[in-house]
Structure formats: C-alpha cells, structure tokens
Design a protein around this ligand. Structure first.
Ligand code: GDP
Length: 185
C-alpha cells in the first residue's frame, strides 16, 4: 500500500544581472562547487541545476538557471525567461553601475514579461565592500528604498547582500527563495 506523498513542487529560478556581478559564481555555489576567482562564463552553455529543500513535510525543488555570459550580447533568449517562477536580480555592491543595470535593464525585462513573478534583489561581493572606494557602495538601505519604489509594479520577496566568495548570506538566500515559492512563509 502506498503512503500519501508529501507535496513536492519544482520551480524554475533565473539569475539576472550585468556581466561580472557573480551570477556564474552563485550558480556554482548552488551546484555545490567551490568558489574560484577564474571566470569561464563565455565558454560554457546556458545551464540549469536542481536542489531540493525540505520544510517540515514539504519539499520544494529549485531549478536554477544561469545566463553563462549570454547577457553580454544582450540576447537572453525567451527560453531563458519561459515558465520562470522567480527571478534573482544581482548587482555588485561595489559598483553602482550594476545596481543601475538592475533598475534599467533587468527589472524592466521581468515587468514586461511577467509582473506576477516572485523576485529577489541581491547585492554581491560584500567581502570587498570595506575597501577604499566604499563611499560609492550600494547600501542595503538604498536597495530597500528601490524595492519600496517598485512594490506596486513587482513582487519583491527578499532583499539581500551576500558574498558568494565567503558564502555569507548565500544559504539564507536560497532558503528564502525556496520558502517563498512553496508558500511556507
Ligand atoms: P557573471 O558574469 O555575473 O556570471 O560573474 P562571475 O560569476 O563570472 O564573476 C565575475 C568575477 O567576480 C569573477 O572573477 C568572480 O570570481 C568574482 N566574484 C564573484 N562573486 C564574488 C564575491 O562574492 N566576492 C569577490 N571578491 N569576487 C567575486
């Protein structure tokens, strides 16, 4: 006799952000790989990878997709966005231009296609943020002000600053995405 299976669902999650902000590095962390300073982004194919999270009797599988450098040609395919349940916007906290990129390119790309999508704002490379050019860092306050300014147009379910290099905040980010998608919180 079969036991009742707990609810189990799988969600596609896409990474969006300017070149160099750390999308491939975050993807590698998700995949269980260690951090590397080298970048092979343009050499690999657009890829996806799955991980399952458990909350009580619920299981949720995230299928994370990485652009693998194709955003450089500003030619992300419709296939990349197709059926995505969530989008993670990534910027470099040390580089205001990449935060502007989120606002001018990546957020509009979702609002245009599917404004009901669950989204997350993620500033990466906090390990570099105390350096001499810290005055121009993107602060979490700044990111939250931006979140408030778009909340009528887009569902932002989390706002994080992380370091993929030191792993600070990375696990919490993925857990929050999984929780948000399976409706635990
Ligand atoms: P992508 O173009 O968005 O996929 O960015 P990559 O993942 O290729 O990262 C670009 C560069 O930033 C690489 O040299 C990475 O090693 C580096 N990088 C990524 N995340 C971090 C981080 O948290 N801290 C530091 N210091 N460097 C990082």
């Amino acid at each position: 006799k079969m036991n009742a299976l707990p609810p189990r669902r799988s969600f596609k999650v896409i990474l969006l952000g300017d070149s160099g902000v750390g999308k491939s590095s975050l993807f590698a962390r998700f995949n269980g790989d260690s951090f590397t300073e080298a970048t092979f982004a343009t050499l690999v194919q657009v890829g996806s990878c799955r991980r399952t999270f458990r909350f009580g009797d619920r299981e949720v599988t995230l299928e994370l997709w990485d652009t693998a450098g194709t955003e450089r040609m500003l030619s992300l395919t419709e296939n990349y966005y197709h059926h995505a349940a969530a989008a993670i916007f990534i910027y470099d906290v040390n580089d205001q231009a990449t935060f502007l990129g989120v606002q001018s390119t990546w957020v509009p790309s979702i609002r245009r296609r599917d404004p009901t999508m669950t989204t997350f704002l993620v500033g990466n490379k906090t390990d570099l943020a105390s350096s001499s050019y810290a005055f121009e860092n993107v602060t979490l306050d700044e990111a939250k002000r931006y979140e408030n300014s778009i909340q009528d147009d887009l569902k932002v379910a989390g706002n994080f600053q992380v370091s993929v290099k030191t792993e600070e905040g990375v696990h919490e980010l993925f857990e929050t995405v999984a929780e948000a998608l399976c409706g635990v919180v």
